[in-house]
Design a protein around this ligand. Structure first.
Ligand code: MG
Length: 385
């Protein structure tokens, strides 16, 4: 029986993972669940799945969580160290589902145990990709990408035929502003930017999808995960979000993975790996869908893609700066301090100011991210006046 831990079990990926675990009772034993602040949902999940350990990052909810689980024998803990402790438990499979920098330490702790880590936190690879991949190699960790595009590539990436792979192609829905002009985009408010046409996701990733920075971050993610150079990673806009990505081989064959745009598919794949799981989802009916379309992304309207490529080429800590600046710029847009059209120019501005060598430890990652965030906030303050 697989022993699993879900880091970030109350987030979007975490909830889907928990639902799959509920449906496959008897096949998995849950070691630990963690959440940031949503103690009610965490307690509810724990009552059902009966883990050994639960941890809540936000210490102010410790008593509520403890009271809610008082009739069970679950060990309850709180604080950032408790989240790391959760990933160091007995699990042989960990879902790294914590969003943003908060996921770095616990994900690294799981990677260092040399187990199987389902990787749903793209920021970890963007900010600390080199450090993370070094540890993956050192500890022979099985890294299973959960991001739908990278999961698709993982499924059709023939590791034994690696030298015959000449390109990987990430598909992109194009986001809610796919067909908007630059003038139209500039006027968009947070509500419009949050309305994604095919995927139902969190706020940060929805805005990233509207600017296409999400795809930029995914280019960086793919660069680290599959060891591909930036110019061997293409992006193709595919509005239907059915083909999740493709791998192109030197003999002319292109392999792709197709599925409904539902995160349950890559999560179920990761959970069952190396087997497959059976779960109730309507079969993919291509005849009903009728046609699939593809086109090149527009680099003028979506400059985030080229900016991410520039960051990879620059090396050092540029990927980290890009990610931190983008986080702050997106927050600024959601708080209506800057317009939609300001987001990517702000990131570009920070990227040109902040440039340093690559971080050599997670501590350095945090310090460099803080510096980039401060720089971005200063710029936001100037332009929002
Ligand atoms: Mg994705």
């Amino acid at each position: 029986m697989k022993i699993v831990t879900v880091l970030g079990s109350t987030g979007s990926v975490g909830r889907t993972t928990v639902n799959l675990l509920k449906k496959s009772s008897g096949k998995y034993k849950v070691d630990a669940l963690t959440a940031d602040s949503n103690w009610r949902l965490l307690a509810e999940q724990a009552s059902f799945l009966n883990p050994r350990f639960v941890a809540i990052a936000n210490e102010q909810y410790y008593m509520q969580l403890k009271d809610a689980l008082s009739s069970s024998d679950v060990t309850v803990a709180a604080g950032a160290n408790a989240i790391v402790e959760a990933s160091e438990g007995a699990a042989d499979w960990v879902m790294a589902g914590i969003v943003g920098t908060a996921g770095l330490k616990p994900t690294m702790a799981a990677v260092r145990r040399g187990i199987t880590v389902a990787f749903a936190n793209k920021e970890c690879l963007v900010s600390a990709g080199c450090l993370m991949m070094e540890e993956v190699k050192k500890h022979k960790t099985n890294l299973l990408p959960v991001d739908s595009e990278h999961n698709a590539i993982f499924q059709v990436f023939e590791t034994d035929n690696r030298s015959w792979i000449n390109k990987i192609i990430l598909t992109a829905s194009g986001g809610p502003f796919r067909d908007c002009s630059l003038e139209e985009m500039a006027k968009k408010n947070p509500e419009e930017a949050l309305a994604h046409p095919t995927w139902n996701m969190g706020k940060k990733i929805s805005i990233d999808s509207a600017t296409m920075m999400n795809k930029g971050l995914e280019i960086i993610e793919a660069h680290h995960l599959f060891g591909m150079q930036e110019d061997s990673i293409d992006v193709l806009v595919h509005p239907q979000s059915i083909v999740h990505s493709l791998v192109s081989y030197s003999d002319g064959s292109v392999l792709a993975q197709l599925a409904h745009p539902d995160m349950a598919v890559p999560i179920a794949y990761a959970l069952a790996w190396p087997d497959r799981m059976e779960f109730p989802m309507a079969p993919l009916n291509l005849a009903d869908i009728g046609s699939l379309s593809f086109h090149q992304p527009d680099s003028i309207r979506f400059p985030a893609l080229e900016l991410a490529r520039e960051a990879i080429r620059s090396g050092g800590n540029a990927n980290l700066v890009l990610n931190a600046a983008n986080e702050v710029a997106v927050e600024g847009f959601l708080a209506r301090k800057i317009s939609f059209a300001d987001i990517i120019p702000v990131v570009k501005d920070v990227l040109q100011r902040e440039y340093h060598r690559a971080p050599t430890s997670l501590e350095e990652v945090f310090i460099m991210e803080d510096a980039a965030r401060r720089e971005t906030r200063a710029i936001l303050q100037k332009i929002s006046k």
